[in-house]
Each structure stands twice: as structure tokens, then as C-alpha cells.
Design a protein around this ligand. Structure first.
Ligand SMILES: Cc1ncc(C[n+]2csc(CCOP(=O)(O)OP(=O)(O)O)c2C)c(N)n1
Ligand SMILES: [Mg+2]
Length: 323
């Protein structure tokens, strides 16, 4: 990776970190009802998303993918509006930005990505899907069906697992027997690799290789990025109740941003911070200026053709307003 590209990835990680910190502050100030911090996972998120080709690929995130949104250049006010809970799945344009609405169903985005990859294969678009999921999600049945389907049909999809050590309070060791999510790939006839998820360059290279193979008809890959969630599971969680300070401190010493910063001159670090501070300010103002959407839209965009049950709910809702 050349210096220019490395600097770009570092700058995106710093931006993700600062926006993440501000989102937590906004939650504490009562602006955001809840938030799922991404601190510590910036290299895994930025490194993987930066390897995508925005002209043909598509990403399917979980609820913790701020770094992916940052690296893909998604409108961050629209992205964070999901945490503001004012509209279905965020107010950014998913089609244009190539990032699906974020998904709070554990394992949910994985089946969507495989379906999208089936479409890309049938239409011969040359695009590949990437889907994000956690160590906890890796024990969900949907993941296994999705990987098997991708293996059987040789689909262009990258299963990107961020193994951050925890599924809320459950350690990965207690639900991944054998210890490796990547190792499961061989049972589905697909590639599996494990990378240091706090090394942004290693993540970028592994993802680029997997995307290239997917586009060349080589099928799917499981990438298991070994990382750590430095903060709480969500703003309602207290990790002090289930993990040790020593563990947190050990991983703080492996902070992906500090690590990348060692390769860069002071001037670049200062410039990255200044840029991040400007964007944080803009995003904060944008979020605070958002007003609620019409309540009627609760019923829009759920199905292409609304079901009878949905229409009945809509009628009941309207009647309750008149009552
Ligand atoms: C289908 C489903 N089951 C359970 C939950 C509740 N839940 C939310 S996050 C989470 C843990 C997920 O852990 P992991 O996949 O490791 O992702 P991480 O939160 O660590 O990023 C659980 C059980 C959910 N949202 N969806
Ligand atoms: Mg996890």
C-alpha cells in the first residue's frame, strides 16, 4: 500500500473514532436514544470497506458499522439518524451509497447479502457483496444456511466477521467451539482467512483479495478479523460487569489508530484531527436540525404492495388519532 492510501485510511479511522465519540456524547445529552459504539474496530471496518468498488459492489452492515459508512462516504447525518430513531433504517440513500440500511437483527444482513450476490451473478454485473456480522452472530442458523448457499452456487460474497471477543456479555470462546469462525468456511467449500483486525493494511489487503476472487468467479470467502470492542456493547451496557480492566487495557495497547499513527508524520496526524473536528461539528449540527418525518410514513416502504394486515393497522392508527 502506498503512503497516500495509508494516510487516507488513517484519516478515515480518525474520523470514525471522533464521530463515534460524539455519538456517545449525544446519547448522554439525550439527543440520541441509544447508540452502539464502534471504538476499537475502526481498522476492521475502514480497511474492509475501503477495498470495495463503489461502482459495482454493495455492503450489508449490522448496527455497529460506523467505520464502514465513513469509509464509503455515506451521508453521516442520514446514517446517524437511524440512532435518532426518526425513520426506517436511516435517511441516507442506500441505493446510491451502496450501503444497505443497517440491520439490528443478529445475522440478518448475511442472508440479504447472499441474495444480492445471487442477483449479481445472474445479471453478470461483476459486483460483489460484503456482509458484516459478529462472533456472536456466527452461531446463528441463518449464517450457516447463507454460507452453504454461497458455497453451492459459488456466489460473489465476502462474509466479514468482526470477532470482537464478545456478544454483549458472552465471550466468543463460549459459543465458537474450536475457536475459529474462519475455519468453518472449509465445511461449506469456501475460502476462510483470519486477519489481524487491528491492522488496517492487513484487513484492506485480505478484503481486496477476497473481492477480486469473488469477481473472478472464485466464490465466497469468510474473513475473520480479530479485534476488540473497547467500549460497551451499547450505551445501555456496563462491560465492567462481565470483563476485566486488564483485558480492556491490554487491548487499548493495540488500538488500531495509535498503531497506524506510528507510521505517519506529526503533520498528517494533526491534519486528520482537524478534518475530523470539522466533520463532527457539521454532523452534530445536521443531526440536531433534523425534524421528525410524518408519522404516516410508518406504513410506507414496508412492502411494495401493502398487505391487508398492514392496511388494517394503518386504519386503526388513523382512527386512534380521531378518537
Ligand atoms: C436475532 C437476534 N437475536 C438476538 C438479538 C439481541 N442481540 C443484539 S446484539 C447481540 C449480540 C451480538 O454479538 P455479535 O454478533 O458478536 O456482534 P457485536 O455486538 O459484538 O458487534 C444480541 C444477542 C438480536 N438483535 N437479534
Ligand atoms: Mg461480538
Amino acid at each position: 500500500m502506498d503512503d497516500w492510501e495509508f494516510r487516507r485510511l488513517h484519516r478515515l479511522m480518525v474520523l470514525a473514532r471522533r464521530i463515534d465519540e460524539d455519538a456517545i456524547a449525544l446519547q448522554r445529552q439525550g439527543v440520541l436514544p441509544a447508540y452502539a459504539p464502534a471504538k476499537g474496530q475502526e481498522a476492521a471496518q475502514v480497511g474492509s470497506a475501503a477495498a470495495l468498488d463503489p461502482a459495482r459492489d454493495f455492503a450489508f452492515p449490522t448496527y455497529r458499522e460506523l467505520g464502514v459508512a465513513v469509509a464509503m462516504g455515506v451521508d453521516l447525518v442520514g446514517y446517524l439518524s437511524t440512532h435518532l430513531n426518526i425513520w426506517h433504517g436511516g435517511m441516507y440513500d442506500s441505493q446510491a451509497s451502496r450501503l444497505a440500511p443497517f440491520n439490528a437483527v443478529v445475522g440478518g444482513p448475511v442472508t440479504h447479502a447472499v441474495g444480492w450476490a445471487m442477483g449479481a451473478k445472474l445479471d453478470e454485473t461483476g459486483g460483489a457483496a460484503i456482509t458484516y456480522f459478529g462472533d456472536g452472530a456466527s452461531s446463528q442458523g441463518d449464517i450457516h444456511e447463507a454460507m452453504n448457499f454461497a458455497g453451492v452456487y459459488r456466489l460473489p460474497v465476502v462474509f466479514f466477521c468482526q470477532n470482537n471477543g464478545w456478544a454483549i456479555s458472552l465471550p466468543a470462546a463460549r459459543q465458537v467451539a474450536g475457536g475459529s469462525v474462519a475455519a468453518r468456511a472449509s465445511g461449506y467449500g469456501i475460502e476462510g482467512v483470519r486477519v489481524d483486525g487491528n491492522d488496517v493494511e492487513a484487513v484492506f489487503e485480505a478484503t481486496r483479495a477476497a473481492l477480486d476472487r469473488a469477481r473472478d468467479g472464485g466464490g465466497a470467502t469468510v474473513i475473520e478479523a480479530m479485534t476488540y470492542r473497547l467500549g460497551p456493547h451499547s450505551t445501555s451496557d456496563d462491560p465492567g460487569r462481565y470483563r476485566s480492566l486488564e483485558d480492556e487495557q491490554a487491548w487499548t495497547g493495540r488500538d488500531p489508530i495509535t498503531r497506524a499513527a506510528r507510521r505517519l508524520p506529526e503533520a498528517d496526524l494533526a491534519e486528520a484531527e482537524q478534518y475530523a473536528a470539522e466533520v463532527v461539528e457539521r454532523v452534530r449540527e445536521g443531526l440536531q436540525a433534523l425534524t421528525p418525518r410524518p408519522a404516516e410514513e410508518l406504513f410506507s416502504f414496508v412492502y411494495r404492495e401493502p398487505t391487508a394486515a398492514l392496511l388494517a393497522q394503518q386504519r386503526a392508527w388513523k382512527e386512534s388519532l380521531d378518537a
